[in-house]
Design a binder for this molecule. Structure first.
Ligand code: GZL
Length: 311
């Protein structure tokens, strides 16, 4: 019993003096800022010391941060990889240093032995749900779609595009006529939507698919400034379900969003603690849920609840 007691205490001891490095992409969207807040809360509640590095959306800054964490000898690393490629060397260095790496909300194109697990949603599924929603909404009516892509080369931009195309594949009344990155930001979403409206003529655009709500919110501004009614003249579907998306849907200015939880750190730190305490190897993919919200939902109630949680 003494030994068992000691082992039982070990995880707490490990958590109490555990140091984790977190290489965060930046704060390009409301969702990203919420993920950072939740990660700090999750570390705090576990008595974990979190070393936080903001990369301002630059991969080289993330690689530098990871090398710093390795040099400091942290117990584990959380990495939200801005793009999918170019990680092999630094992940090899972490493996050499026997420091487990957990991927947050985005995937990397690297051998699975180079990371402990990835905590992400099914990014292809999210895109497919968006496409299927629009297909149902249009019910066979012709619809010329413009698409605001996420950060070029990021797994969400690649997978959400693939999924949306799957979702509309069987509906030849739906056609993507323009597709360009808005880098997941409101500012770029607005600028690119302005260029779409200019190039196509607002009356020739039936719908916008944005890879995240922040670009959709920027596009709503552009649509209004072009004298059109967002949510009616141009239907809008996006992903994240940040509070401002629920507000826009409640106001009829947006039509649908697919929820992405900002709490990737809970499952990530659970897996990391179990691994460090007793060598438990988690599944290589811990999938978070995706849920569709439309005008049929009580978006004001969800907005209030998310704001009350500090989102
Ligand atoms: C998706 C995540 C995306 C969010 C955006 O898992 O990586 O990054 O959808 C954020 O809001 O910029």
């Amino acid at each position: 019993t003494l030994l068992a007691g000691a082992v039982a205490l070990a995880p707490m001891a490990a958590a109490a003096d555990m140091t984790i490095g977190f290489s965060q992409i930046g704060s390009e969207s409301g969702w990203r800022a919420a993920e950072t807040t939740v990660t700090r809360q999750q570390a705090e509640s576990r008595g974990i010391e979190l070393k936080f590095a903001d990369a301002q959306q630059k991969q080289e800054n993330q690689i530098k941060a990871l090398r710093g964490f390795i040099a400091q000898g942290v117990d584990g690393i959380l990495l939200a990889p801005v793009v999918a490629t170019g990680w092999d060397d630094v992940l090899e260095e972490a493996k050499e240093a026997d420091i487990p790496v957990i991927l947050m909300d985005r995937m990397v194109d690297a051998d699975k032995s180079l990371y402990l697990t990835a905590v992400t949603s099914d990014l292809v599924h999210e895109g497919r749900v968006a496409g299927e929603w629009l297909a149902e909404e249009m019910a066979g009516e012709p619809c010329r779609i413009v698409e605001l892509q996420g950060t070029t080369g990021s797994s969400p931009a690649i997978d959400r595009k693939t999924g949306f195309e799957q979702g509309i594949a069987d509906h030849d009344n739906l056609e993507i006529v323009r597709s360009q990155t808005g880098d997941f930001t409101r500012a770029q979403g607005k600028v690119v939507m302005e260029s779409f409206l200019k190039a196509e003529g607002g009356e020739n655009i039936c719908a916008l698919y944005a890879h995240n709500d922040d670009m959709a919110v920027g596009a709503i501004q552009a649509i209004k400034e072009a004298g059109l009614t967002p949510g009616e003249d141009i239907r809008i579907v996006a992903i994240d379900a940040v509070p401002d998306a629920h507000l826009a849907i409640a106001n009829g200015e947006m039509n649908a969003t697919i929820e992405l939880t900002p709490n990737m750190a809970g499952p990530a730190l659970d897996a990391l603690e179990a691994y460090l305490a007793s060598g438990t190897e988690p599944e290589k993919w811990i999938q978070t849920e995706s849920r569709l919200y439309t005008g049929a939902d009580d978006n004001m109630a969800v907005y209030e609840e998310k704001k009350s949680l500090g989102y």
